[in-house]
Design a protein around this ligand. Structure first.
Ligand code: ADE
Length: 215
């Protein structure tokens, strides 16, 4: 589940350049039972299995013995909603652990005693925390200086200033009779910047008016 996203594109480049170190740990490797089971039946008889505290404690403790961690994050749909400001502040941290669980499926003592922050990527339930953890990882790593070739490009992403990004175009200037806006071909930098800002504002008003209320 992690192999391909962590070894493509920006995440691969960041790792190859030594700008980000990402390790994936299998909780099964930290079990002490014969069958390497990480879950068990819930007390009280609810449906489904619950991930137990022992392998999680063993894994987190082993990692903490090697280095200090700024946050131990648990991915869960009832966590705080992930957004760009949260990505920005998390990208400044040195070391983080991201624990992937299953909704309803993790012994609550883990959350009470090991977790420093709970994050949701949106109000929908996925099968596990793996895809959410990859989303958070990608959003953080691309903000690390040097990861994205053009330093400006992470800053001009949608949401960095509570505005959606303006439209972008590339060659050909005309395709099927559909023309790129003339202003972009004018070479007039100040006017182009003004056009981009107006477009960003217009798209935000139309598509995400809630972002403008937040200011
Ligand atoms: N695990 C399952 N669904 C999730 C979500 N929406 N956000 C974070 N972790 C999750």
């Amino acid at each position: 589940m992690f192999e391909s996203p962590l070894n493509c594109s920006i995440l691969k480049r960041a790792r190859d350049k030594g700008l980000a170190e990402i390790h994936v740990h299998n909780l099964r490797d930290y079990t002490i039972n014969k069958h390497r089971k990480v879950d068990d039946y819930p007390f009280g008889g609810e449906a489904g299995m619950v991930m137990g505290i022992q392998p999680i404690d063993a894994c987190i403790s082993a990692l903490k013995a090697e280095r200090d961690y700024d946050e131990v994050i648990f991915m869960t749909p009832d966590g705080a909603r992930f957004d760009q400001p949260m990505a920005n502040s998390l990208s400044l941290l040195n070391n983080i652990i991201i624990l992937c669980g299953h909704y309803k499926g993790i012994d609550y003592r883990v959350r009470e005693h090991f977790i420093t922050r709970e994050i949701s990527i949106g109000d929908y339930v996925l099968t596990g925390g793996e895809l959410p953890a990859l989303c958070v990882t990608d959003a953080l790593v691309r903000l690390i200086p040097g990861v994205i070739g053009d330093e400006q490009s992470a800053l001009s992403d949608s949401f960095q200033d509570n505005l959606l990004a303006p439209p972008v175009y590339t060659r050909p200037a005309e395709y099927n009779g559909w023309r790129v806006p003339d202003i972009l071909l004018s070479g007039h930098e100040a006017k182009i910047a003004e056009w981009r800002y107006e477009q960003a504002l217009e798209r935000t008003r139309r598509l995400r008016p809630d972002l403008l209320d937040e200011e």
